[in-house]
Design a protein around this ligand. Structure first.
Ligand code: ATP
Ligand code: ZN
Length: 442
């Protein structure tokens, strides 16, 4: 047979689409028949799967741990995924595939280019769309038996209870300490199992919380927020690493829905290391804590404290950012930098070496902030100080977004006693915006 022309191919596609629609109609009719027959007798009311579902979930039902009762249990379960990013995308994919009855998804963000390497539900044409809208389109095309509910908002203290209350299991697929504590507290107070995960660089961790008689809540496990948490957008993340964690979250949600609740010795946190050390580790975690301020003997944080805003999550997590304010006479704009680098100067880039290696301004010197903050004066800094003193040249400090550079400027002015040090406001991001659009953003 010769090669088909474009119009013949289009005609063939249209014919196949019609045929698919006809077959889907036939299946719907069969389901309706079997459904109405089922309603006639008492025993058959337990048969709640349509014929299409037997085919769709057959492979999964063959697994003895699931079987038909397991499939029906999944169908009855409402699961909520908070965050449709790196963790949320694989989690949503497998939850929808597994046949959970209802899947809620919460995210106010839109899809951006830098999401595509690891947020596999989205494609180039999703860029700019709300993540929940783009995700539901794809998930529905893969399994329309599921009822999807989209919340194009961020969970906050004043909406978290209303949303979470409607679900049986919650997956935390977000990326900030504040949201983790908020979701941890709300799920604990509502008695909902929480499957929490996080991933950064090459590492990921997954833990099932609020289950069993002595299971801990997020706060029982982590009573204090971490001093400093890097975001993936700063520290980096590898797609398959976060995908592993999101996929394990979906599996844990299935287990909880099937009634497989870890207790005692089995209560563990799963650690995955993508490159270094043992790939998988399972560490035992502490159980419920008497001293927990949310679920302990003398708990002090109630639903009302949270919804009313009385309990302040940003204060607890140590936000706002903690970067120093820089006197306006000690900072310059990127436009001014463009002009002033034509005269002798030192341009100090305080990003870490990996980021500096991605892109940098010609003639800049790289001394990472972490080294400046160290006790020893780095050799590079000593030579800068000498040069600044000998030649009386100014130092312009730059970083990615103009935050770390503020800390560096304050440090150089106070501890290192270098006088003419200026912060470049907005950092390299502003440089691309206002000076050189060909300088890479990442
Ligand atoms: N309070 C919240 N409520 C709902 N979704 C949230 C909340 N906080 C964060 N998220 C969402 O969780 C997802 C986390 O995804 P991920 O860690 O992959 O980061 P990202 O923001 O998509 O990408 P990047 O951090 O690299 O820019 C994001 O889509 C984000 O919008
Ligand atoms: Zn607790």
């Amino acid at each position: 047979m010769g090669r088909m022309s474009r119009s013949e191919l289009n005609a063939e596609i249209a014919r196949l689409k019609t045929r698919i629609a006809e077959l889907e109609n036939d299946i719907a009719e069969l389901d309706k028949d079997s459904g109405s027959a089922g309603r006639e007798t008492e025993t058959e009311t337990e048969t709640e799967l349509g014929l299409e579902e037997y085919i769709r979930y057959g492979r999964q039902m063959l697994v003895p741990e699931i079987g038909k009762p397991g499939q029906l249990a999944l169908k009855k379960t409402k699961v909520l995924v908070v965050g449709a990013g790196g963790l949320g995308c694989p989690a949503l994919t497998y939850l929808a595939g597994a046949g959970f009855g209802t899947i809620g998804m919460v995210d106010e963000d839109t899809v951006s280019l830098s999401n595509l390497p690891r947020q596999t539900v989205y494609s180039g044409s999703s860029i700019g769309m709300l993540k929940v809208d783009a995700a539901v389109e794809v998930l529905r095309s893969r399994n329309e038996n599921v009822k999807y509910v989209c919340y194009p908002v961020a969970v906050r203290h004043d909406n978290v209870f209303d949303i979470v209350r409607q679900y049986d299991i919650v997956l935390d697929c977000t990326d900030t300490a504040m949201t983790r504590y908020l979701l941890g507290d709300a799920t604990r107070l509502l008695g909902k199992p929480l499957i929490s995960a996080s991933a950064l660089r090459t590492e990921a961790q997954i833990v099932v919380l609020n289950v069993g008689p002595d299971g801990p809540c997020y706060r029982c496990l982590f009573p204090k927020p971490p001093q400093h948490v890097d975001a993936c957008s700063d520290a980096g993340i590898i797609g398959p690493v976060v995908a592993v964690a999101g996929t394990v979250q979906a599996l844990e949600a299935m287990k909880v829905a099937l009634g497989q609740i870890p207790t005692g010795q089995q209560r563990t946190m799963t650690l995955f290391s993508g490159i270094h050390g043992p790939t998988w580790r399972s560490v035992r975690i502490r159980g419920w804590q008497r001293s927990c301020i949310v679920c302990g003997d003398r708990a002090t944080v109630s639903e009302w404290d949270i919804t009313s805003g009385k309990y302040d999550y940003s204060e607890f997590c140590g936000i706002p950012d903690g970067y120093p304010d820089i006197n306006s006479s000690h900072s310059i704009s990127v436009k001014e930098l463009e002009r002033r680098i034509k005269s002798p100067h030192v341009l100090l880039d305080v990003r870490d070496r990996t980021q500096y290696g991605i892109c940098n301004l010609p003639g800049s010197i790289n001394v990472p902030l972490s080294e400046l903050l160290g006790y020893d004066h780095p050799a590079a800094l000593c030579s800068i100080a000498d040069r600044v003193k000998a030649e009386a040249v100014p130092v312009f400090v730059i970083c990615r977004f103009g935050n770390d550079s503020r800390t560096a400027v304050q440090l150089l002015r106070s501890s290192h006693r270098i006088g003419r040090v200026f912060d470049v406001t907005g950092g390299l991001d502003m440089w691309t915006e206002h000076v050189d659009s060909s300088f890479p953003r990442y």
